[in-house]
Ligand binder design. Sequence first.
Ligand SMILES: *Cc1c(COP(=O)(O)O)cnc(C)c1O
Length: 634
Amino acid sequence: MIKAVVFDWAGTTIDYGSRAPLVAFQRAFHNFGIEISESTIRADIGLDKLSHVKKMMKLKPLQDQWLARYPDVSIEEAIQKIYQEFQIEIRAVLQDTAKLKPGMTELLRYLDHNRIAVATTTGYNQEMLNEVSPLAAAQGYVPKFNITSEQTNYVGRPNPDMLLLAMKKLGIEDPSQVIKVGDTVNDILEGRNAGVTSVGVIEGSNLIGLSKEDYLKLDYDEKMAVKRHAHDQFIKAGANDVIDSIDQLIGVIKDMDELSSFDHENRQEILLTPGPLTTSANVKKAMLIDHGTWDDDYKGVTQEIRGELLAIGKASPKAYTSVLMQGSGTFCVEATLGTAIPQNQASVLMIAINGAYGERMAQIADYYGITHIDLQFNEDQPVDPARVLDEIAKHPEVTHFAVVHCETTTGILNPIERIIPILNKMGIVTIVDAMSSFGGVSIDINRLGVDYLISSANKCIQGVPGFGFVIAKKSVIDKTQGNARSLSLDLYEQYRCFEDHDGKWRFTSPTHVVYAFQEAIEELKDEGGVEARTQRYQANEQLLRNKMILLDYEPVIDEQVQSPIITTFKYPSENFDFHQLYEFLKDRGFVIYPGKVSKIDSFRIGNIGEVYEADIERLVALVGKYDKSVTASA
Ligand SMILES: *Cc1c(COP(=O)(O)O)cnc(C)c1O
């Protein structure tokens, strides 16, 4: 939490445009008949005033002017004389310029209300400070401590000594609890050197250097140009944040407090990824107990789950069975292809491909030496039923057909209901990878007549990773004995073991995951079943899509073919840095997902899991905030 703000004085909290030292320096030099430009003075502003005079008097043209007029007075003496003159002049000027800058009163009220201490470090010397403080106090500004370089053996900015002394007096050791605010490059450096957060304020700053009247005379473009220039100087100096007006510090503090209150040790980010995804507390709790696998209770749980899966998929228990399989979703896809398709030349698999998961099936077929015909579609287009039927007609040798339902690469929902029933009637064995849609999108297995439908524990049922499952037509899987080329991925033997031993898993099963899954199924029913869950996901998706479009993030696919599962967005510009956005969101409690579309730079945000519209609202607000911070530093 932020405990203290250390302000600079001139140009930051008082003296709009930091005019006082400028005018006083000009008058001091003028009193010796020397004219000096504003820009020369500004070059080193923020230093303590004696060092500043020394620095200016190192300049050859000034030395020449001085020695021409006063050949008998050394430069060392000149420095002392000009400095003394400056101190006289500044006193008069300060009387006019000690007015608090706009927004200060509001900011001071916020700091006071939140018990955030205020101290200052300054380029003023003690005498100048003595002039200014009562004038500021009369306006309600009374810092707890004011540090001048006299208190640090004349070690001023950009060294951190004054700031460190202020922290010591405030009793603060942790630099993450302190913000330094200033209007010059030296202010920013002082903060950075002390290890605190450095914030630059633009309006009324020394970096702009105009009086309020002169600033207001600028037209819009001129204002933007001087502001951009000041902004860039701050960023170049290493500012952690740059604000327009001083009261915007309130937002900076709120942001920083929000970030630090996020428990980074016991963090539980919301996963906006298509599995593993955010699960409920009770699903996680279900894993806190250890179970044996020979246990009748455990076998009962397995049997219950197998039955529930059929119900979720509207599959009749007479015609269908469900087979659970250890491993990730891909293990199930591989077990299905490797068991459903016999090892002979007569079997030919056609795969409709419009994304990475379709490609993965082709890859598996290659591994197994399965003859396959790949039907490629554009990644941003759904699989076209007419073309599938065309190709099937052209290839009478096809015995098996596989397609992905929700292609998680983009979030496209492929129209399986217009493909599978037809192929089924033709006697072709059909395989659907419904990994990321099952439980989140209504699927009527009886009506589809699909032979194998595959999904996993950690997608829309909202369990944790550890196993997948295949809902298989009994009459079809019954004929696959001996087909498998892999012992552990033999879907038929796995099925028989469950059937013949009352729900006994073949080999060690992921017990904790199974109990968590049982709880997840209960929660799906409590929510109102697949239809209610679809509605929640859809609401998330629509909110996400609409709000992201407002922020200029364009979806990759058309709304008509969009599933409620996951949404893919194009990079908003060429120099968009996904990793930076990812880290920004992760620091604030959200994990998003990189893109997988091959031809388009994109990233993905999942809408599934224990995620609600309020979460999406918060996410999108953060994306907006991120955009602003990037534009500001661009
Ligand atoms: C998640 C997913 C898979 C399986 O991926 P794993 O990493 O093996 O769990 C397969 N197909 C689709 C469409 C998926 O979304």
